[in-house]
Design a protein around this ligand. Structure first.
Ligand code: AQP
Length: 327
């Protein structure tokens, strides 16, 4: 039997290369090996203010990017989180087994609360909902970027706490790291991760960017002092980030890149990287534009939600029974 994989992306903005390299491309690479469930986690998106119309558009857009990047909905379950209320149901129960202290230590919460005027309980509590997303489906592996690793650890702790109290209910999930590019950084601030909510649009390469936009963002991407193309996270974070993107999209090793670019300098490297990104994204963008207006996406998501519910219903019943809230 294939092992179960669960992952998701928030429809909180346009998908960028960090989401693609850290998550989506990994899902596609491993798609045939696992029994996959891929979610569009809209309930996580509303932990910060969202425009309702834009949120709906982005939800559909993310589903289209999943398919355009290579997720096959006949092979993998694909659905929108809010279409399966079992997530919020289990989320509430897990709240009651999650410590306030542990939630307060989540670095993503600490970062995000600085960026938003109104800090909601949802923003604080979202790792408990994420734990529910994962635990509902007996997930074994969670392929996400490194920024989410702490949330997987919290999920494991909560599951172990409940299993310890009530017997084996939940499968303990494991973090599945990306093959390359656990954390893609901003092109403008290499000490900050590339993010949908980044305020400087030049720091982020979106999957929808045109070739000219990509070339320009690369041209003005910050670099480090010196001129060598070498990986050195501490002293050369900007060029290290660009090398990571190059590696992830081209499959080339650091040694190959070193041989290819030795003595050539940043300008040529950045120009070539721009072309690598453009070539990689071009077929995905073409496929995206072919499907984004199709009604088939809604149908795919409805079917996906039904299949997801079939699996999660059993888990909810099991949890209700053991904690004593079933009739
Ligand atoms: N910079 C990144 N490098 C590698 N992986 C990344 N991911 C996000 N940014 C990077 C991975 O993308 C998946 C989906 O993330 P998400 O949308 O659910 O949440 P996020 O991590 O908070 O993403 P953003 O882009 O930073 O969104 P905002 O700004 O709205 O919060 C996850 O697997 C994540 O690890």
């Amino acid at each position: 039997m294939k092992k179960r994989v669960f992952s998701g992306i928030k429809p909180s903005g346009d998908l960028h290369l960090g989401n693609y390299i850290g998550a989506l491309s990994q899902w596609v690479a491993h798609q045939h090996e696992y029994d996959n469930i891929f979610c569009i986690v809209d309930l996580h998106a509303i932990t910060v203010p969202q425009n309702p119309h834009r949120l709906q558009e982005q939800t559909k857009s993310i589903a289209a990017w999943y398919i355009a990047a290579g997720i096959n909905p006949d092979e993998s379950i694909m659905f929108v989180q809010s279409d399966n209320p079992d997530h919020t149901y289990l989320g509430w129960i897990l709240n009651c087994f999650t410590g306030i202290g542990q939630l307060g230590r989540m670095t993503q919460y600490k970062d995000k609360k600085e960026k938003t005027e109104f800090v909601s309980v949802g923003l604080f509590d979202y790792p408990a909902l994420m734990a529910a997303d994962i635990l509902l489906y007996d997930t074994q592996f969670v392929p996400v970027g490194e920024d989410q690793k702490q949330h997987i650890e919290l999920t494991r702790d909560v599951a172990e706490r409940i299993n310890g109290q009530y017997g084996h209910i939940f499968t303990i999930p494991e973090y599945m790291p990306p093959i390359a590019g656990e954390r893609i950084m901003s092109l403008q601030q290499p000490d900050k991760k590339m993010s949908k909510s980044e305020s400087d649009p030049n720091g982020t390469i979106n999957l929808s960017d045109t070739p000219d936009q990509i070339r320009e963002k690369l041209r003005i991407a910050v670099t480090d002092s010196g001129n060598e193309i070498i990986i050195d996270k501490k002293n050369k974070p900007a060029i290290t980030n660009l090398i990571t993107i190059y590696q992830a999209l081209s499959g080339k090793t650091p040694q190959q890149l070193d041989a290819e670019y030795s003595g050539k300098g940043y300008k040529i490297f950045k120009q070539d990287l721009g072309e690598v990104i453009i070539q990689h994204l071009s077929p995905i963008q073409t496929r995206y534009s072919e499907i984004i207006h199709s009604k088939a996406i809604e149908k795919t998501l409805t079917n996906g939600a039904n299949k997801a519910k079939e699996i999660s219903t059993t888990k909810i019943q099991q949890v209700r029974n053991v904690i004593g809230i079933s009739q």
